[in-house]
Design a protein around this ligand. Structure first.
Ligand code: AMP
Ligand code: MG
Length: 313
């Protein structure tokens, strides 16, 4: 593909040039691929929303190389620092109070008093962030409500030629969006992810709840329909007819053309990694229906079930 660029010094410099001119590129992260733009620039942020057809009320996650860079934009406390030391860089997003003097475009955080921030672990995006003197707003590189991309080629599947520069960082290691935790107001999980509420609770030595209902638009990932391949999905199924794609988990299922196993060995991490790949494949094979077996609702399984539920809405 002409618009996919491998990770090299020359291409990192090209990426930098795009971003400095307030243009949008696609970048790898360990969760999913993202569309990146200068978080200080209204122009860049407008471009991101337009490309994704994303509702303007859905704030973006701002990505930083390290704490030093964050301090200009958000107020931090002990609780944040405890979690940061344990989980960052990595797949955890923190919602914090935005500083009044922050230069983050208010379009990026939907004019809220808070901002969501993350320190990604993928080395390619980390190298890029290190060399920039502004943070990057990076939502997932898919049209709003679609399945997220986990490979450079998936970005082409979503946007075709509309994105002229995709930085290739290999397949996303985790394959599901980050856990989002709000530290603004009551501490709670807004979106489950690879880092479970249990792991976080252990570190903070307290129980952490997962937000159930969204009265206001607290968290766009919690919109009812999201992560969808655009095909009806039925959950908790025991079987499927031969015309329906059957998504299964574990070793008790036979091999067949319409059977897609998320993890033969029954690993939830592997299933998370395979989820979006499988849904995208099924979509491209033009199946009209998807049945999914029951997935254990523990650890990253909670995040898998969260995405499946929204995809099935
Ligand atoms: P995505 O960019 O597709 O990974 O989705 C963005 C995620 O960021 C949403 O699911 C929200 O949970 C979260 N988010 C961003 N900014 C805020 C904010 N200020 N308050 C609450 N959640 C936010
Ligand atoms: Mg998204």
């Amino acid at each position: 593909m002409k618009n996919i660029y491998k990770n090299s010094l020359v291409n990192l410099n090209k990426a930098k040039k795009f971003l400095k001119k307030n243009n949008i590129i696609a970048v790898p992260t360990e969760t999913v691929y993202g569309l990146a733009g200068n978080a200080y620039s209204n122009t860049s942020i407008k471009k991101i929303y337009k490309l994704k057809k994303r509702p303007k009320k859905n704030p973006l996650i701002i990505h930083y190389h390290n704490l030093q860079a964050l301090k200009k934009d958000a107020n931090i406390d002990e609780k944040f620092l405890t979690l940061y030391k344990k989980f960052s860089p990595g797949p955890l997003t923190y919602v914090l109070q935005k500083k009044k003097e922050s230069k983050i475009s208010s379009l990026a955080n939907a004019n809220l008093k808070s901002i969501a921030v993350r320190f990604p672990k993928n080395v390619v995006i980390r190298n890029l962030l290190k060399q920039l003197n502004f943070p990057l707003a990076i939502p997932s590189a898919n049209i709003s409500s679609n399945v997220s991309p986990i490979k450079a080629i998936d970005v082409v599947d979503e946007f075709g030629k509309k994105i002229s520069f995709i930085l290739d960082g290999g397949r996303s290691k985790i394959g599901l969006e980050s856990t989002v935790i709000s530290l603004y107001g009551k501490t709670k999980i807004l979106r489950p992810g690879a880092i479970s509420h249990k792991k976080i609770g252990k570190v903070l030595k307290t129980n952490i709840s997962i937000l159930k209902k969204t009265k206001k638009l607290r968290s766009p990932g919690l919109l009812k329909r999201h992560y969808s391949p655009g095909i009806p999905i039925k959950l908790n199924c025991k079987k499927a007819d031969s015309k329906t794609a059957f998504v299964v988990f574990g070793k008790k299922y036979k091999k067949a053309k319409n059977i897609f196993n998320l993890s033969l060995k029954g690993s939830l991490e592997e299933a998370a990694k395979n989820l979006y790949k499988t849904l995208r494949k099924i979509k491209n094979l033009k199946y009209k229906k998807i049945n999914v077996v029951k997935i254990p609702n523990q650890n990253i399984g909670i995040a898998i079930n969260d995405r499946l539920k929204r995809a099935s809405y």
